[in-house]
Design a protein around this ligand. Structure first.
Ligand SMILES: *[C@@H]1O[C@H](CO)[C@@H](O)[C@H](O)[C@H]1NC(C)=O
Ligand SMILES: *[C@@H]1O[C@H](CO)[C@@H](O)[C@H](O)[C@H]1NC(C)=O
Ligand SMILES: *[C@@H]1O[C@H](CO)[C@@H](O)[C@H](O)[C@H]1NC(C)=O
Ligand SMILES: [Ca+2]
Length: 356
């Protein structure tokens, strides 16, 4: 709304620039418009505050069984409904027999459903098939969301997984895979995923070293736990590495491994919280967060809290809406603002800065 007004104002300015009259009369008119804009800004801030209030309420109510809490199939829908604080929410993925309590990460664009978190080693990840199936741990601390939930979530649409990693020196890296999908229990929660982007290295395909792909890739691997061995190794990877995972023979990433509090470790097997292409087999990471979001998730305009009336942020930041103007090649509000400023300063009419 305020953006629209800003564009109308711009149009007015454009006309003004084209008419080569003096600045006087127009200045008064623009000052009037400035007042209008300020009032609209106030209204918008009020709206924003009430939205934030709603969000806090959402957090407080997360433990309750309110029906509307289960209208959302994942955290991206929770976010789209206006709940923009990270925390606990209830969702109900299609195919899920009941509502599921999840932690929604509303940072990094928002809308992330967190499926795994390791932060300090409080939770044991050396767990049975049934525990991995149902999920375990504390959603506010360390946990596994559960393989059934993973299946319901990742098969109701096209999901990306984002994996945020941190070592004990405070360095952070990430890996993101499109079309992340976990099959059902009958298929042993078989894993499939698409293209990689990131800074941590593509551990899941094992392609960092070509000869190793065969045994290091997690593509198409079934889930294994110490009590259910579905790996490609003559032994039992889950038992040796002490965590449930999509083991091959055995792994180039095992984010459910043993939590070592100092990073570097030595053991009889590479059983730490490992992401091989970044820190190798013998470094156990400090933090691992795995989270899901629809591939086609778009950050919405309404989210742009930084919308303000300076010439550099007149455009909706995350899109380039074409605007009909006297400058056919101007693609966005930012372009227009820049051109306008140029033209204004040429004419010595600097009032624009006091208005916008
Ligand atoms: C944990 O791992 C050990 C091997 O270090 C194994 O013997 C034990 O059965 C596991 N315990 C649980 C509860 O999974
Ligand atoms: C681990 O982190 C969680 C979440 O921040 C916290 O609640 C818990 O107290 C921590 N445990 C230890 C041993 O630091
Ligand atoms: C997800 O989208 C990709 C294109 O990005 C497509 O190739 C793939 O088939 C889709 N997967 C599903 C399950 O719809
Ligand atoms: Ca085996």
């Amino acid at each position: 709304m305020a953006l629209l007004t800003a564009l109308i104002l711009l149009a007015a300015c454009t006309q003004f620039v084209k008419a080569s009259d003096g600045c006087g009369g127009e200045l008064a008119r623009l000052q009037q418009q400035e007042q209008l804009l300020k009032r609209q800004l106030q209204k918008q801030e009020l709206l924003l505050r009430s939205l934030q209030l709603m969000t806090q309420q959402g957090n407080n109510d997360a433990g309750s069984d309110r029906v509307q809490d289960t209208q959302h199939a994942d955290c991206s829908q929770v976010y789209s409904s206006g709940f923009k604080s990270s925390g606990l929410y209830r969702i109900r993925p299609s195919g899920s027999p009941s509502a599921v309590k999840v932690y929604c990460d509303m940072t990094e664009g928002g809308g992330w459903t967190v499926l795994q978190r390791r932060v300090n080693g409080t939770e044991a990840f050396n767990r049975s098939w049934t525990e991995y199936k149902d999920g375990f741990g504390d959603l506010n601390a360390e946990f596994w969301l559960g393989n059934d939930n993973l299946h319901f979530l990742t098969t109701q649409g096209n999901y990306s997984v984002k994996i945020n990693l941190e070592d004990f020196d405070g360095h952070q890296r990430y890996a993101e895979y499109k079309n992340f999908q976990v099959a059902n229990e009958k298929k042993h929660y078989r894993l499939s995923f698409g293209d990689y982007v990131g800074t941590a290295g593509d551990a899941l395909t094992g392609s960092y070293q070509v000869p190793e792909v065969k045994w290091a890739s997690h593509q198409g691997m079934k889930f294994s736990t110490y009590d259910q061995d579905n790996d490609n190794y003559r032994g039992n990877c889950a038992q040796e590495d002490k965590g449930g995972w999509w083991f091959n023979k055995c792994h180039s990433a095992n984010l459910n491994g043993v939590y070592y509090p100092n990073g570097h470790y030595s053991a009889s097997t590479d059983d730490g919280v490992v992401w091989y292409p970044w820190r190798g087999w013998w470094y156990s990471l400090k933090t691992s967060i795995m989270k899901l979001r629809p591939v086609d998730y778009k950050t919405r305009l309404v989210d742009d809290q930084s919308l303000s009336f300076s010439s550099s942020s007149l455009s909706p930041r995350r899109s380039s809406v074409p605007v009909a103007t006297g400058w056919p090649d101007a693609k966005s509000g930012e372009d227009i603002a820049a051109r306008l400023e140029e033209e204004m300063s040429e004419r010595g009419c600097l009032f624009l800065e006091t208005v916008l």
